[in-house]
Ligand binder design. Structure first.
Ligand code: SF4
Length: 456
C-alpha cells in the first residue's frame, strides 16, 4: 500500500484498503478556524442537538486566523462564536485572539495595522501554527475545514480539507466516510541549486501536471531528494497539493520529521506518542515520475491559475505594481529570511508588504540578528511594509480594510499559493505566484525577476 492507503486502512480498522474503497475513518485531529468554524458548529448543533457534547474535546483544534484584523462586525462576531463554543465544550486547544475569555474581539483600526493588539494565545495562520504547536504527527488523520489542511502531510500524516457539513458530523461522532484516493508518486533526486526554493519545486510540478492534474489523488513525495528538504520546505510543497486538485500531499516521516515533532510536542505539552507508517517497496501507483531538483530554476505561476507555469527569467517584461510575502505557504520564518537575504542593503521599487504567518515568526524575525541588525529591521529598511498582525491577511482578499488587500486591478507578485481571479481582492487584479527569493528580487526591480542575479 501507499502511505495514504496505510494510514486510511489503520484508521478504518481494516488490514488493507484499495483506491476507490469507501471507509469510515477515525479522526485524530479536527482543525477549524474563524471562517468555517461557526458554520460547522451550526451543523453540529442542528444535527446533534443544542446541548450535544463534542466527541472528544482533546482532538479539536480551533485557530482563528482569517478575518481577524478587520473592523468588519460579522468577522469579529465569528471569533466570539468560536470562543463561546470553546467555553461551552471545554476545548483545551482554542487559540483565542484575546486573553480575556469574557471579552469580545473588535479590531481597533485606529491603533493601526502595525501595532500588535492581540493576546498571548493568539497564533496566526492555522496551518503554520498547527505543527508549531505540536498538533501534526506522523501516521495520524487530520481533517480541517480549509483546503490547505493538506500542508500537514509534510509530517507523514493523512491531512485533507473538508466542508462544514463533514466537520459538523465529525464534531458529533469523530468519524468521516472517505473514498481512498489513488496515489501519484513524485520521486525527488538531487538537491535544489542556489536561488531555487521549495516553492519552485511545487510550482514546477503543478505546471507539469496542471492545476487539475492530481484531482482527488494523493501526491506522495519520495526519493533521496526528500532528505535535502527541511520541514519548512516540505510544508510548502504539501501545502499546494490542493492547487493541483490533490486530496492530500504526503511525505514519509524521517529523522527530521521526528525531531521536529518531538521538539514541538514537548515544548507545548501536546500528545507526544504517534505511530508512523513506513514506505512499502511494492506500491500501486497511478503516476510515477522522477524530478531532479538540481535541474530546477526559479519558477512562476502566472495569472490566472497555479498551473500556468513559466520561468522567472522568461517574464522580465511583466511589470508589477506590488509584491507580497506571507500566508501559510510563504510566511514562515525561513521564507522571510530568504526574502531578507535578497533585499538586505537595497530598497524595493514597488509597494511591498510582509505578513508573518504566525506570531512566533514575528518574534523570530525581531530576535534574529544579522550582525547588529534584526532581520525585521533589514526588511523595514529595505522599504517592506511589515505588520506584526500575523494572519491570512490579503492571501484571500478578505474584508476591504484587510492589510495589503488588492483593492484595485493591480499586478502583484506573491509568495502565497493561489492566484485565481479575485483571490487577493479585485477580480481584475493579476497575481503571479513565486518563491520568496523571486518575490524579493522582483520587488527590487518592479518587474518579474530571476533572483539569482541578486544572490551571486
Ligand atoms: S494564509 Fe491563505 S492559503 Fe493559508 S489558510 Fe490563510 S487564506 Fe488559506
Amino acid at each position: 500500500m501507499t502511505l495514504t492507503e496505510k494510514i486510511l486502512a489503520r484508521a478504518s480498522g481494516r488490514p488493507r484498503v484499495e483506491p476507490g474503497d469507501n471507509v469510515w475513518v477515525e479522526t485524530d485531529i479536527l482543525l477549524t478556524h474563524d471562517v468555517c468554524g461557526p458554520g460547522s458548529i451550526g451543523v453540529f448543533k442542528r444535527e446533534f442537538g443544542q446541548d450535544a457534547r463534542v466527541w472528544d474535546p482533546s482532538k479539536i483544534v480551533i485557530i482563528p486566523d482569517h478575518y481577524i484584523f478587520t473592523a468588519d462586525r460579522l468577522s469579529n462576531r465569528n471569533v466570539d462564536i468560536l470562543r463561546d463554543f470553546a467555553k461551552e465544550q471545554g476545548l483545551p486547544y482554542f487559540y483565542d485572539v484575546i486573553d480575556d475569555p469574557n471579552g469580545s474581539w473588535t479590531f481597533n483600526a485606529e491603533v493601526g495595522q502595525i501595532k500588535r493588539q492581540y493576546g498571548s494565545r493568539y497564533q496566526g495562520v492555522c496551518h503554520a501554527a498547527l505543527p508549531r504547536l505540536g498538533h501534526a504527527r506522523p501516521g495520524e488523520v487530520l481533517f480541517g475545514t480549509d483546503s490547505h489542511t493538506c500542508m500537514a502531510g509534510a509530517f507523514g500524516e493523512f491531512a485533507t480539507g473538508i466542508g462544514n457539513t463533514d466537520a459538523g458530523f465529525i464534531l458529533g461522532t469523530g468519524k468521516l466516510l472517505v473514498k481512498v484516493p489513488e496515489t501519484m508518486r513524485f520521486y525527488l533526486e538531487g538537491a535544489m541549486p542556489p536561488g531555487v526554493m521549495a516553492k519552485d519545486v511545487i510550482l514546477w510540478v503543478i505546471g507539469d501536471i496542471g492545476f487539475d492534474g492530481a484531482t482527488y489523488r494523493a501526491m506522495q513525495w519520495e526519493g533521496p531528494g526528500v532528505g535535502s528538504l527541511n520541514m519548512d520546505d516540505r510544508m510548502t510543497i504539501a501545502n499546494m497539493a490542493i492547487e493541483a486538485g490533490g486530496k492530500n500531499g504526503i511525505f514519509p516521516a524521517d529523522k527530521a520529521t521526528h525531531e521536529y515533532v518531538s521538539e514541538r510536542t514537548t515544548r507545548n505539552g501536546t500528545k507526544a506518542d504517534y505511530n508512523p507508517v513506513e514506505l512499502d517497496k511494492d506500491q500501486k501507483l497511478i503516476f510515477d515520475k522522477v524530478y531532479d531538483l538540481s535541474k530546477l530554476e526559479p519558477t512562476v505561476a502566472m495569472h490566472p491559475n497555479p498551473g500556468n507555469r513559466a520561468l522567472a527569467k522568461e517574464l522580465e517584461k511583466v511589470k508589477l505594481d506590488r509584491a507580497y510575502i506571507g500566508s501559510c505557504t510563504g510566511g514562515k520564518a525561513s521564507d522571510f529570511f530568504a526574502f531578507a537575504k535578497v533585499v538586505k542593503g537595497r530598497h524595493v521599487k514597488i509597494d511591498t508588504y510582509g505578513v508573518p504567518a504566525t506570531s512566533d515568526v514575528v518574534q523570530e524575525l525581531k530576535e534574529t540578528l544579522w550582525e547588529t541588525q534584526s532581520v525585521w529591521n533589514v526588511l523595514v529598511e529595505a522599504g517592506v511594509k511589515m505588520t506584526e498582525n500575523a494572519s491570512c491577511a490579503a492571501c484571500l482578499g478578505g474584508p476591504t480594510d484587510t492589510f495589503a488587500r488588492l483593492n484595485a486591478p493591480l499586478t502583484c507578485i506573491s509568495a502565497t499559493n493561489r492566484n485565481f481571479p479575485g483571490r487577493m481582492g479585485s477580480k481584475e487584479a493579476k497575481v503571479y505566484l513565486a518563491s520568496p527569493y523571486t518575490v524579493a528580487a522582483s520587488a527590487l526591480t518592479g518587474h518579474v525577476t530571476d533572483p539569482r542575479e541578486f544572490l551571486s
